[in-house]
Design a protein around this ligand. Structure first.
Ligand SMILES: Cc1ncc(COP(=O)(O)O)c(C=O)c1O
Length: 364
């Protein structure tokens, strides 16, 4: 088999090897059924068992309180950007957005099609390199939307954003879902594309409080009403069966690893050592402000675009893939989601150190 390399992709991203092996084994026959996981009907007993186990694991790992629906939707997190305001925002209402990066900007732009929006805080002034310390919410927002981790800019809300109690808080957790313990009860809704921390692309996990499901607009096309999916256990239409199955395997792996508390500690350690190196480096520096730094996407630069390019090219040749930063930040980005091994972070730090020894004098 071709040797696997260190994959720092921002998403789709690295998956646990044990998950890939188990999925491979079940491609030809799921358990003893004689039918592969890709070929089972979503209405059949075998897949229904997979579905029920996956939903139960979401509830257990996320400590999802009763009174919340677990939905598996399609169309990516990007479809939630419009589906949320379509359901919960009317032209006379205002929805608040905490704008901390390109994805929250997109979410806010979509909401403007349906009602008024209010930007309760933004870090646009410094290219989204920090998390704003305060928010000023409108007096009676339909909901308040935030992005818990800013994949492109390498920042992350350290905890819940400072919004008034009682507002319906909606979180796009696409790039840090289940990477640390999360208090679902403080949210009206949490959604995330699976392809970074939970599985492959093709499925969006939605956790939604029951009353919000009920409150959604009733005059929308059937597929765009959350109640349709809530009533039909996400099987009003054919769900992304393989992606749901994979999410189940990843959740089992998270459970075996000690759940979100243990995963969170490991992610803390992984990101902590990388930032510690960058802070003390003579060549590299992190782009995100201290106190706002993401544990999932570590963004850094040398301060010299040619040297950044040289680093990325040398890294690729040495088996470190996907380190080129997003064009809106430049430099490098190491995405080190749940399944990214700690040994890969150690290997990257060693490689950064070797590059620094060679090039620290060439910075200007
Ligand atoms: C925070 C965040 N939100 C939304 C998206 C869009 O997700 P999708 O491609 O599933 O629509 C991404 C994709 O990287 C993301 O990082």
């Amino acid at each position: 088999m071709t040797q696997r390399i260190w994959n720092f992709s921002a998403g789709p991203a690295v998956l646990p090897e044990s998950v890939l092996v188990e999925a491979g084994e079940n491609l030809m026959s799921l358990g003893g059924t004689g039918i592969g996981i890709l070929e089972h009907s979503h209405r059949g007993k075998a897949f229904l068992a997979v579905y029920e186990e996956t939903e139960a694991l979401v509830r257990e790992m996320g400590a999802v309180p009763s009174g919340y629906k677990v939905l598996f939707l399609q169309g990516g997190a990007s479809s939630q950007f419009f589906q949320i305001p379509m359901n919960f925002l009317t032209p006379d209402q205002t929805a608040d957005y905490l704008v901390t990066g390109a994805w929250s900007e997109k979410a806010e732009e979509e909401a403007r099609r349906f009602g008024k929006t209010h930007v309760a805080c933004t870090s646009h002034d410094k290219n989204f390199s920090y998390i704003p310390p305060a928010c000023s919410c409108s007096s009676n927002p339909a909901y308040v939307h935030y992005t818990s981790n800013n994949t492109i800019f390498g920042t992350q809300w350290p905890g819940l954003p400072p919004v008034p109690g009682g507002v319906d808080l909606i979180c796009d957790a696409s790039s840090d879902i289940f990477s640390r313990p999360i208090d679902v009860s403080k949210h009206a809704m949490i959604y995330a594309g699976a392809q970074k921390n939970l599985g492959p692309s093709g499925v969006t996990l939605v956790l939604m409080r029951d009353d919000l499901v009920e409150r959604g607009a009733k005059d929308l096309p059937t597929m765009l009403q959350y109640r349709t999916h809530a009533k039909n256990e996400s099987m009003y239409n054919t769900p992304p069966t393989f992606a749901i199955y994979l999410v189940g395997l990843v959740l089992k792996w998270i459970k075996q690893g000690g759940g979100l508390k243990a995963i969170g500690e490991r992610n803390d350690r992984k990101a902590g050592k990388l930032y510690a190196f960058l802070e003390h480096s003579k060549l590299f520096k992190p782009t995100a402000a201290a106190g706002s730094r993401s544990q999932m996407n570590v963004t850094f630069v040398t301060g010299n675009a040619d040297l950044d390019a040289k680093f990325c090219s040398a890294a690729t040749k040495s088996g470190f893939d996907g380190l080129k930063g997003h064009r809106s930040v430049g430099g490098m980005r190491a995405s080190i989601y749940n399944a990214f091994p700690e040994a890969g972070v150690d290997a990257l730090i060693a490689f950064l150190g070797a590059f620094e020894s060679e090039y620290a004098g060439h910075k200007q």
